[in-house]
Design a protein around this ligand. Structure first.
Ligand code: F6P
Length: 475
């Protein structure tokens, strides 16, 4: 099935995102986007430009290229002075919560907008060197206006954008300063990709409400030309998960995993793996354990892996405290001398180490309040033992719930801890035949539409802009 990758158009592609991947299975991933794009770039020969951890002084310089599988990586130093406005304030204190429809967590970063625009412009100028490649594929909410900036510099190659997060309803997006300008700039892309029907329909509703524009057969026509809009539900590459289980870990990580797993010997445990982010519903999950353990003392414990994230954003600092307090409460209330209900760590783990932990856990708990897709849900499925698989408890507001239905995962409303608690209890006590049936069906879906199918589908669609509109007539 993975051979579908060969149907990917033969193009010299540039991928652009704010954050990149480590290109090392023994190093932890930094989020869903990085985990998704790493295998695509390694296989397709694309050049991936992302911002470097070492923030620079803002001088543009020729980008050094590093080989990554068949592909290349070019790290760009963004000016340190803009970290606050572009990344902390506008991208992650305003856009991120609004895109997840969490108005209580939103602050209006009016000043950050200027930095955000300047950084998009800066990245576009750095990409100018790459103007002779065949197409540009831009990722995520940090770079909504980049397509327009690329065109303004005279780059006339097809440009596509994929949003990894959800897109909200018209009354939510209004909370973003300059939302009209931003949405208009998104129509500079030739192809806009969304995770789910819900996101695509919300975006179309916003276009209708604010610009009177109607999408016809997935196409919106403006003075600039045509923008095609489609959903492309992102997947994973399930094959390495089987390989990870056999792979050797570094001695330090092996030691860490073994000592974690010792806590659960002969007992049931659930696993949660999330960036420490308020969209992930970790607090509600912990409350679910509180209720479950009150009703069924000592029945199951939780391993919660939550690498710290965006620690300079106030809401993240607050959330860290909220989660820690909730966990301490559950452990004090329901723990016994020889048994701790919740094991919690902020350490990041490699994909290879996570595969082992997923495999050992009886239940995978994925409870975001809202999420673009959630690849942990798919990774949990991919790592299971076909003869004795665990059960997935999944938020109905994660994009993954458009892929996995109620005959497969146990779908819950993440706002209701009692619903999560009931599902975890059901999962932990489910008979083998039902577990196998549910898992088999999810695994078939995970294998039949992988990250390589996703990128091939997207790029074939993007390639149509190259075929139908020759570069010199593009504007
Ligand atoms: O996958 C979604 C995403 O928001 C990415 O865009 C981002 O890189 C990742 O999560 C991790 O967040 P950050 O880059 O802010 O650490």
């Amino acid at each position: 099935r993975l051979d579908r990758v060969n149907q990917q158009p033969d193009m010299k592609l540039v991928v652009i995102s704010n954050r990149g991947a480590p290109f090392d299975p023994n190093k932890p991933q930094t989020g869903g986007l990085a985990a998704a794009l790493e295998p695509v770039v390694e296989r397709s020969g694309a050049l991936w430009m992302f911002s470097s951890e070492n923030r620079g002084d803002g001088t543009e310089r020729p980008l050094p290229l590093v080989k990554a599988g068949e592909g290349y990586v070019a790290k760009l130093d963004l000016p340190a002075a803009h970290h606050r406005g572009y990344y902390r304030d506008f991208s992650n204190s305003t856009l991120w919560p609004v895109l997840h429809s969490l108005s209580d967590r939103t602050s209006r970063a009016e000043e950050g907008y200027d930095s955000y625009r300047q950084m998009n412009n800066f990245i576009a100028r750095a990409a100018f060197d790459l103007r002779d490649r065949d197409a540009f594929w831009v990722h995520d909410y940090h770079l909504l206006p980049l397509g327009g900036d690329l065109h303004n510099l005279g780059i006339e190659r097809p440009t596509g954008f994929f949003l990894h997060t959800p897109w909200p309803t018209p009354d939510m997006i209004e909370r973003v300063p300059n939302y009209r300008e931003l949405m208009k700039s998104m129509l500079e892309y030739d192809l806009l990709g969304f995770q789910t029907n819900r996101d695509l329909n919300n975006f179309l509703a916003c276009l209708r409400t604010y610009f009177g524009l109607e999408g016809k057969d997935g196409v919106v026509t403006t003075e600039r030309g045509q923008t095609r809009l489609q959903k492309f539900p992102i997947g994973i590459d399930p094959r390495p998960f089987a390989e990870y289980l056999a792979a050797e870990l570094s001695p330090a990580e092996q030691e860490k995993i073994s000592s974690l797993l010792q806590n659960f010997e002969g007992a049931k445990f659930a696993i949660g793996v999330d960036r420490l982010d308020y969209t992930k519903g970790i607090d509600k999950r912990v409350e679910a354990f509180n209720q479950l353990l009150a009703a069924e003392p000592g029945s199951i414990s939780l391993l919660q892996i939550a690498p710290s994230s965006r620690a300079d954003v106030d809401e993240y600092r607050k959330y860290k405290e909220e989660v820690e307090n909730a966990i301490n409460h559950v452990n004090a209330e329901h723990g016994k001398e020889e048994w701790k209900p919740i094991h919690y760590t902020n350490d990041p783990f490699s994909q290879a180490a996570l595969a082992r932990l997923y495999r050992a856990a009886h239940v995978g708990v994925v409870t975001p309040l809202r999420e673009g897709m959630n690849l942990v849900a798919k990774e949990y499925v991919a790592a299971q033992d076909p003869k004795d698989p665990g059960v997935l408890v999944l938020s109905k507001f994660a994009g993954a719930a458009e892929d996995f239905n109620e005959d497969e995962a146990l779908l819950i409303d993440p706002n209701h801890p009692e619903e999560i608690a009931t599902a975890i209890s059901k999962a932990a006590n489910m008979r083998l035949e039902e577990r196998v049936m549910r898992w088999r069906s999810m695994m078939d879906k995970t294998e039949s539409y992988t990250i390589h199918d996703w990128s091939a589908d997207y790029l074939r669609e993007l390639d149509k802009s190259r075929i139908t509109v020759p570069a010199n007539q593009f504007h």
